[in-house]
Design a binder for this molecule. Structure first.
Ligand code: AMP
Length: 271
């Protein structure tokens, strides 16, 4: 891949990179389109990264369909799909990890203690392998964006980070490869997550700046669905993921993680 990237670059233009775990949906495709618009060459990686999953999480059953992903990439005019095997990325003697120690410990970092260490390690590796000029990520994973930006700043990765808005289903549910796990009833209940986020945005639009009030309303809405259990509802600074007492328009993010039965979903909205 390093040699291929050098060859791609010599053919001209900047390299735009879209890292994914595959099972591509319209959210991923909007990242690829954003890269296509800005880059001479687009590289997409498909790699389900074992080290970002906890011991009882869904690594073993994470959905995949490489042939479908590859044709979606071909149709979207992607120049190169990087699809490494697990033991190529993590040979048996692998022992170096990237750990961000502040932003990554908040929100999802509380219930998924090694998650961002896994994410940063693989993203750092992928940046060194693909050597992109810029990389595109989704606002859907807002904490991931904050933690990656921090790594890029702290460790001087020469990669520009571009963020693309969350792509949603018609009823508001944020697109996610994990939506594949939802049964019809779970899918119906899951729609409450985005409904609660939209309600919060409305409250802020009407002039409410108190985070407790907005968080309480969002939790109440989520609790109306039997299958939904809140992991966190938190209004934080968009850049650092630190909890805020007052909403600052354009700087505050409402982030939610919830179980829909045994399926863990996250979503967020800029306030
Ligand atoms: P994943 O394959 O879930 O690791 O996601 C790969 C990239 O796609 C990440 O940057 C995600 O934030 C982004 N992404 C996932 N879902 C969406 C969505 N619904 N809208 C926009 N970007 C998304």
């Amino acid at each position: 891949m390093q040699s291929a990237a050098i060859a791609l670059r010599s053919k001209g233009g900047r390299i735009g990179f879209v890292p994914t775990m595959g099972y591509l949906h319209e959210g991923h495709m909007s990242l690829i389109e954003a890269a296509r618009e800005k880059a001479g060459k687009v590289v997409v990686s498909i790699f389900v990264n074992p080290i970002q999953f906890g011991p009882n999480e869904d690594y073993e059953r994470y959905p995949h369909d490489f042939d479908k992903d590859r044709s979606a990439c071909e149709k979207a005019d992607v120049d190169c799909v990087f699809y490494p095997a697990g033991d190529e990325m993590y040979p048996r003697n692998f022992s170096t990890f990237i750990n961000e120690e502040t932003y990554s410990k908040r929100l999802c970092g509380i219930s998924r203690p090694n998650h961002f260490r896994g994410v940063l390690t693989v993203v750092g590796k992928l940046f060194n392998i693909v050597r992109p000029d810029f990389a595109v990520f989704g606002q859907k994973d807002a904490q991931q964006v904050a933690v990656i930006r921090k790594m890029v700043d702290d460790l001087h990765f020469p990669v520009e980070i571009i963020v693309v808005p969350t792509v949603r289903e018609e009823d508001g549910l944020a697109m996610s490869s994990r939506n594949h796990y939802l049964s019809r009833h779970q899918r119906e209940d899951a729609a409450v997550i985005s409904q609660a986020l939209f309600r919060a945005k409305e409250m802020v639009g009407s002039g409410i700046v108190n985070t407790d009030r907005v968080e309480a309303e969002v939790s109440n809405i989520l609790q109306t669905k039997r299958r939904v259990r809140v992991i966190y509802v938190s209004i934080v600074d968009l850049r650092t993921m630190e909890a805020r007492r007052e909403i600052v328009p354009g700087e505050s993010l409402l982030a939610v993680a919830a179980w829909v039965d045994e399926i863990r979903l996250i979503d967020n909205i800029l306030l």
